[in-house]
Design a protein around this ligand. Structure first.
Ligand code: SAM
Ligand code: SF4
Ligand code: SF4
Length: 368
């Protein structure tokens, strides 16, 4: 980025006057100056509602039962306290990580709490357990239903244990319920995880997504963790690859773009596991680089803990030696969102608990 475009970007951030801009400018400047701290509270946080799931997607550590962390559910009280203490600095909350967010029965209430503090909240879901009224009640800004194919058969090749029919039913219900609600902030997104077995269905997906009345739709380029998964799941059409094709031919899995001693993400975001342990980013599903517990130490103390500072120092000087960075292109930061909520009006005020029994059964199988 040229000096002029850097200044233009900075001026735009400042002019936007959105919550989090000071932290974004300070923390990004520190990154540019190769300083690992001190940093201001990150503008973006991601929190894990649970690391358990009803599905068994074969690339995901949770899905393939390779999750090394204990399984559990985010505690509502601890979450609300964390939000209450820090909301003035937080612009965006990514309410998902290594499990199915709506397996946590308190998700709708926890999202609603963050929204009541004017935090922009978004989530991704496999869609099997979504309660339409709950979503509208929560006032979440964006919910992305992510499917694995256009037929039940192709969907279940990756979304193992999920049911496309159920996902579609929940999605259609949300689209219909949304029409009945005045002035909602909820945006519905639809994602298609493109893989070898479903790349022939992309056109059909795009057509369908235009017909059904979602707000946005996306084709999601697939991630894999190793060559075997690469052979099994990466599409034939290389336009969906973010991996280096030549290296792949030689048996090496690496992204086309490899960051060299930099990563804006970890200067501006924090990834929090269900039990409060923070890790640098979503590339650390198994908690190999824990940085401290935000429920015990507080968000800012963890973000500036010795472990966090040491991790950033390593990124600045020896990123190649950080295993998790070898399959990552580093992330572009999300934009600061306009978080002033529209007047929130729904014609109901409670969650439809119709799927509670399903949830109890799955929680029993996957966690207890
Ligand atoms: C680990 S999931 C957790 C959220 C939710 N359970 C879900 O699957 O949507 C987080 C994100 O990873 C995406 N994802 C899962 N497997 C993927 C893969 N192999 N390649 C790319 N994205 C994937 C999901 O669609 C979701 O957007
Ligand atoms: S639905 Fe999400 S969390 Fe569950 S196994 Fe698949 S990718 Fe992992
Ligand atoms: S894995 Fe990616 S996001 Fe995480 S620290 Fe490395 S480059 Fe940054």
């Amino acid at each position: 980025m040229s000096f002029i475009s850097k200044i233009t970007t900075l001026s735009k951030i400042i002019a936007s006057n959105q919550r989090g801009w000071k932290s974004l400018v300070w923390n990004t400047s520190m990154a540019r100056l190769n300083k690992a701290g001190p940093l201001m509270t990150p503008a973006h946080i991601a929190i894990e509602p649970t690391n358990a799931c009803n599905a068994k997607c074969p690339v995901c550590e949770t899905g393939k039962d390779e999750m090394l962390r204990t399984k559990g559910l985010l505690d509502r009280k601890k979450f609300e306290l964390l939000i209450d203490k820090n909301f003035r600095s937080i612009n965006t909350l990514m309410y998902y990580f290594m499990g199915e967010p709506f397996l946590n029965k308190n998700s709708y209430d926890m999202i609603k709490h963050a929204r009541s503090k004017s935090i922009y909240v978004e989530t991704c879901t496999n869609g099997d357990l979504v309660d339409a009224k709950g979503v509208l009640y929560s006032d979440i800004n964006k919910i992305s239903f992510q499917i694995g194919g256009m037929t039940e058969k192709s969907h279940q090749i990756y979304r193992v244990n999920s049911s496309l029919n159920k996902v579609k039913k929940n999605l259609y219900e949300l689209i219909e319920e949304k029409k009945k609600v005045n002035n909602t902030n909820v945006q519905i997104d639809l994602g298609f995880i493109v893989m070898r077995h479903n790349e022939n269905e992309v056109d059909e997906f795009i057509k369908w997504s235009k017909e059904i009345g979602v707000d946005t739709a996306n084709i999601i380029d697939p991630c894999v963790r190793n060559m075997v998964e690469g052979y099994a799941y990466l599409p034939k059409d290389k336009k969906y690859w973010f991996y280096d094709e030549e290296a792949f031919e030689k048996g090496i899995l690496k992204p086309k773009l490899i960051p060299h001693n930099n990563c804006d993400w970890i200067w501006n975001s924090m990834q929090i596991n269900w039990d409060g342990e923070a890790v640098p980013c979503c590339r650390d599903p198994n908690g190999m680089h824990t940085l401290g517990n935000v429920f015990e130490m507080g968000l800012n103390n963890v973000f500036n803990s010795k472990k966090s500072v040491d991790f950033r120092k390593k990124i600045l000087s020896r990123q190649k030696s950080v295993g998790i960075c070898n399959l990552c292109s580093s992330y572009g930061l999300p934009d600061l969102q306009k978080i002033k909520p529209k007047k929130f009006v729904t014609n109901f005020d409670t969650i439809n608990k119709s799927i509670d029994k399903d949830l109890d059964k799955i929680i029993d199988q996957q966690i207890n």
